[in-house]
Design a protein around this ligand. Structure first.
Ligand SMILES: [Fe+2]
Ligand SMILES: [Fe+2]
Length: 148
């Protein structure tokens, strides 16, 4: 019998009160949750895992590109630091993509806690930083339509 795990999901504590951004962040958590079957013994085939990883890979690229486009539009001063954080996560997903070919369960087991910790910290610190900046300046957020 497999143990019952807490779902990996967005919660109100991550809310910026901005539907577009909040909904994208929900999808980022959901994309990690979708990898879960791969780290149990009896669920998830290689095909499903590869689809889930490809979804995660493409989604973060779109989300990060949209944020980075907004930084240019708003002259956000911490753009380089924020981009480095995005690069870190993109690399972690790229590494996962390679490691699942060797040992799917181990690769996903290693990735999930790192991904959850990174995403939580990133939203609460770095994303909150740019959202506050944009709110303060009154720029960017209304016209933002990432992933439309
Ligand atoms: Fe974000
Ligand atoms: Fe970000």
């Amino acid at each position: 019998m497999s143990e019952q795990l807490e779902p990996i999901e967005w919660s109100e504590s991550y809310s910026f009160g901005l539907p577009d951004i909040d909904s994208e962040h929900k999808s980022l958590f959901a994309a990690i949750e979708r990898l879960r079957p791969a780290n149990t013994e009896d669920l998830g085939g290689d095909i499903e895992v590869n689809i889930a990883i490809d979804f995660l890979f493409n989604y973060i690229k779109e989300h990060f590109d949209a944020e980075e486009a907004l930084f240019i539009q708003t002259d956000y001063p911490l753009v380089e630091k924020h981009k480095r954080a995005h690069e870190y996560y993109k690399k972690a997903v790229a590494t996962l993509k390679e490691k699942v070919l060797v040992n799917r369960k181990e690769a996903v087991d290693d990735f999930i806690p790192i991904a959850v910790k990174w995403l939580s910290h990133h939203i609460l610190e770095e994303d909150r930083g740019y959202v506050s900046y944009c709110k303060e300046k009154g720029v960017g957020l209304k016209s933002r339509s990432a992933l439309d």
